[in-house]
Design a binder for this molecule. Structure first.
Ligand code: SF4
Length: 169
């Protein structure tokens, strides 16, 4: 599990995450291969609930015009699989982004907490933690095996260049 920057009490009061404008939103969680197998085996998710591009298949929000992650308990604003949620969910509001053939750690400033903390010592320390985490041999191997989660996100702030999983060791 990735350590969190945003305290859980702040997250629980915000209704920004886990909701998406479009059914096939690029922001919906993209899954590692092992996460797909776990969701099918341990959570009993039918394979049809995962889109062919290895994303959670979003569901229409009956109370709005947006789309929801199928694991969001909207009444309590909680993730039903929080302790085993996908890596992309653990990482958010940070994202791994491919730009100009570089693998970057980026951040989504739509998260109000991170926007407020930008450039603070707390933010910088957390960046150091994430950089070390993703540059570790284990995580580089994981990214190499799961290139689907390195995506070309727009409208995010580039913060650190990571090692490329394809770079020679
Ligand atoms: S798996 Fe959980 S944390 Fe991830 S988008 Fe769905 S509800 Fe949110």
């Amino acid at each position: 599990m990735i350590k969190q920057l945003v305290p859980s009490d702040v997250c629980l009061k915000c209704q920004g995450c886990c909701r998406f404008k479009d059914a096939d939103s690029v922001w919906s969680p993209c899954l590692l291969d092992e996460e797909i197998l776990d969701l099918i085996d341990k959570e009993g998710i039918p394979a049809a609930a995962l889109s062919i591009n290895r994303r959670l298949q979003l569901v229409p929000n009956s109370k709005g015009e947006d789309f929801l992650c199928p694991f969001l308990n909207i009444e309590e604003n909680k993730c039903k699989i929080y302790s085993t949620r996908p890596l992309e969910c653990q990482l958010y509001p940070f994202l791994i982004t491919l730009r100009d053939k570089k693998v970057l750690l980026t951040v989504d400033l739509n998260c109000p907490y991170v926007k407020e903390k930008l450039n603070t010592p707390e933010f910088k320390a957390y960046l150091g933690y994430l950089t070390d985490y993703f540059n570790s041999p284990t995580q580089l191997e994981l990214l190499k095996d799961n290139p689907q989660i390195i995506q070309a996100y727009d409208d995010v702030l580039d913060v650190v260049e990571l090692q490329s999983p394809d770079a020679p060791k």
